[in-house]
Design a protein around this ligand. Structure first.
Ligand code: PMP
Length: 416
């Protein structure tokens, strides 16, 4: 097994266990601690009492009502006809869609460009498929340093540096918008730079869009698959868990043109084979509802970001008061904060080769009862040290959980 895979998953398990051991207020893990909306719970209840078929196998590549509505929904967004039975694959969460994409499309020795910070499974998954990852970092632009409220929008790629990573061995680039952990929502111009390079070098784009409905302050999520020349080159990945606040349902999908999907389907057949019928039926009904309500105030895709916007504000203000400098996310579930100016002596806590964010997260969990995640786990080993002054907070939480975190931060700030 890849050492990367072992090390990364061990770090995540360690932080999750630490939070549980210390009964910490958990702003570490990325899932809502509130119920999904009533309409989707109802949809599952109805599905479960909908006859024997709901309890038996369905079509292997996706339950027909679900692939039909996904094709219709996303076809309207990307402005093209999507074939429900050729271009859509339903998977066990976005996680399995990523796994299928890497296994299907990456061959031994292929290079895959990862934009840092990246969801931590990308690198081990590419390596399991025999590929080699090449890294390029989003960095805060000059104008941020010193003035104004930092925003995830200020974190940008250098077009020259990005272009320098493309070569004849490059098979794919992976992007994640809105980004976990940063909350960056790529603008059309930024996606166009990536798209131009993909077209010029005939490179695929694996676009992880699990937080696509969660954008704030008027930022708009744009699908790179909708840019000219990109439909054939993009595998777009989504998650019902993130879409309907039901992460435990573990249902996701990959959408792409048929020639990419053929191999993804083979990997799906050889691993999971098919996903649970009743949850697929419920998610189909959820999307049918959202299709009708799209763009209206009743749509959950409007209501969830409106609710999270308030939670984002609340978290940012209490982090700021505690001397942690938040980077305001334009989208997603997460906010990173700079811990450089925090006055706490961690010298007796750290081990020699441990990045500062690891030490800080352990200290905050054990000593203050607040669990978070170190951001350096979202970087490749060569860039980890450079970005170890950030920790990630999750704000898709009940107000009572955020209040408890606020209390901890307020008390701590009084002792600093
Ligand atoms: N991609 C990103 C960026 C994520 O943050 C997550 C979940 N944390 C996933 C994929 C996996 O999603 P799912 O739960 O649907 O497998």
């Amino acid at each position: 097994m890849s050492r990367q895979l072992q090390a990364r998953r061990t770090a995540w398990l360690e932080f999750t266990q630490l939070a549980a051991d210390h009964r910490a207020v958990n702003l570490g893990q990325g899932f809502p601690d509130f119920s999904p909306p009533t309409f989707i719970q109802e949809a599952l209840r109805e599905a479960l009492s909908g006859g024997y078929q709901m309890h038996q196998y369905t079509r292997v590549f996706g339950h027909p009502p679900l692939v039909r509505i996904l094709a219709k929904f996303f076809g309207r967004i990307v402005g093209r006809e999507i074939d429900p039975f050729e271009d859509v694959l339903v998977t066990a969460g976005a996680y399995q869609a990523l796994f299928c994409a890497f296994q299907a499309l990456i061959e031994e020795g292929d290079e895959v460009i990862l934009v840092e910070p990246f969801f931590d499974c990308y690198q081990p998954m590419v390596e399991l498929a025999g590929g080699k990852t090449v890294h390029v970092s989003l960095r805060p632009s000059q104008k941020v340093e010193g003035s104004g409220v930092p925003s995830s929008g200020d974190w940008v790629l250098s077009p020259e540096e990005l272009a320098s990573k493309f070569n004849p061995r490059t098979k794919a680039i992976v992007i994640n918008t809105p980004n976990n952990p940063l909350g960056k929502v790529y603008k059309t111009e930024e996606l166009q730079v990536i798209a131009d390079l993909c077209v010029r070098h005939d490179v695929l784009c694996i676009s992880d869009e699990v937080y696509e409905w969660l954008t704030y302050d008027g930022n708009k999520h744009v699908k790179i698959a909708s840019l000219p020349g990109m439909w054939e080159r993009t595998v777009t990945i989504g998650s019902a868990g993130k879409t309907f606040s039901a992460t435990g349902w573990k249902l996701g999908w990959a959408i792409s043109s048929v020639h990419n999907m053929k191999n993804l389907k083979i990997i799906h057949l050889g691993s999971v084979y098919q996903c649970p019928t009743a949850t697929q039926e419920a998610v189909a009904r959820g999307f049918e509802r959202e299709y009708e309500l799209f763009g209206t105030p009743e749509s959950y895709f409007q209501q969830l970001p409106a609710m999270l916007h308030q939670k984002r504000e609340k978290l940012a203000s209490c982090l700021g008061a505690a001397g942690l400098q938040p980077v305001m996310p334009e989208g997603g579930y997460f906010m990173i904060a700079d811990i450089s100016s925090v006055k706490v002596d961690l010298s007796d806590q750290s081990t020699e080769d441990e990045p500062k964010d690891f030490t800080f997260v352990k200290w905050l969990t054990k000593e203050k009862g607040l669990a978070t995640m170190p951001v350096s786990t979202f970087y490749s080993p060569e860039h980890r040290r450079e970005f170890s002054q950030y920790v990630r907070f999750c704000f898709v939480k009940e107000d009572s959980t955020l209040n408890a975190a606020e209390d901890i931060l307020r008390k701590w700030s009084q002792t600093q």
